[in-house]
Design a protein around this ligand. Structure first.
Ligand code: B1M
Length: 213
């Protein structure tokens, strides 16, 4: 079994200490921090989702798997920051929308944007439109990045865009959205500037969109 397969298994088994040890071992063996995401962490969480859909996993199993994934990402996060020589590329206010508590994908996107040189203001989960508007004002942000994992909460992204418009901020920020149930067409339909299907796509998108002064 490769170290990536072992790490996937540790996440599926919810074994946070094993995930920690494997991540540390992989790094010692020369694996680059960003490689862990597509090769172990994201596929493991996709498998968790498949098992949840098939009623093979229930909330406790999902939570302990998520905890094991976080044990690995906690080690990788500071290392990702050192991976690229970076210039400040803009300020991103990021959060998971109101009503939604999923943050694993959002945290990966935040880490990758940060490692690509963006300053990150992470508002966490269950974030109201008002909180996003306040943070954009307070931090003079160039981007708002929103995550939603539920079909019932993705609609709340539109409320954020409307709140930005009502506060006179819509033309000051680029709005990027992402999350498993979203599509490019959905992003356009709510007036977002772009959809990131995964974390690398979100970084590419942010890099393409010129920050507004
Ligand atoms: Co939830 N959950 N969950 N869950 N959960 C899903 C999303 C679900 C698809 C599972 C299923 O049924 N198959 C389903 C949603 C169904 C739907 O809406 N159609 C679901 C459900 C139903 C629920 C509850 C309602 C369950 C219940 O209570 N009955 C409940 C809701 C709670 C709430 O939010 N109010 C719930 C709860 C939870 C846990 C708390 C147990 C846990 C979350 C823990 C945490 O995040 N801290 C959890 C988890 C872990 C999942 C699954 C299994 C995995 C999500 C994940 O972390 N994926 C998920 C099934 C699945 O998605 N396969 C599921 C890995 C992550 C790396 O991918 O988040 O997609 P993802 O992020 C990607 C991209 O989408 C993109 O980049 C990331 C990295 O590449 N991306 C962005 C994400 N955000 C972006 C923002 C951007 C750009 C790109 O901005 C620019």
């Amino acid at each position: 079994m490769s170290i990536f397969e072992e790490l996937q298994q540790a996440i599926l088994d919810g074994k946070a200490p094993v995930a920690t040890a494997l991540t540390e071992r992989g790094l010692k063996e020369g694996i680059k921090p960003h490689e862990f995401f597509p090769k172990a962490i994201i596929p493991a969480m996709d498998e968790v989702g498949r098992r949840m859909s098939n009623c093979e996993f229930f909330i406790p199993e999902v939570l302990i798997a998520a905890r094991a994934a976080r044990a690995s990402t906690a080690i990788l996060r500071p290392l990702l920051l050192g991976e690229e020589a970076v210039k400040p590329a803009g300020t991103v206010v990021i959060g998971t929308v109101k009503g939604d508590l999923h943050d694993i994908g959002k945290n990966i996107v935040a880490m990758m944007l940060e490692s690509a040189g963006f300053r990150i203001v992470d508002l966490g989960v269950d974030v109201s439109p008002e909180k996003i508007v306040d943070a954009v004002k307070q931090h003079a942000a160039n981007f708002v990045a929103m995550s939603a994992l539920l079909t019932t909460t993705m609609v709340n992204m539109k409320a954020v865009i409307e709140a930005l418009a009502a506060a006179g901020l819509r033309d000051k920020v680029k709005v990027l959205v992402g999350g498993a149930p979203l599509t490019d067409a959905w992003a356009h339909s709510i007036g977002a500037d772009g959809f990131g299907k995964d974390a690398p796509a979100a970084v590419d998108l942010a890099r393409k969109l010129v920050p507004v002064a």
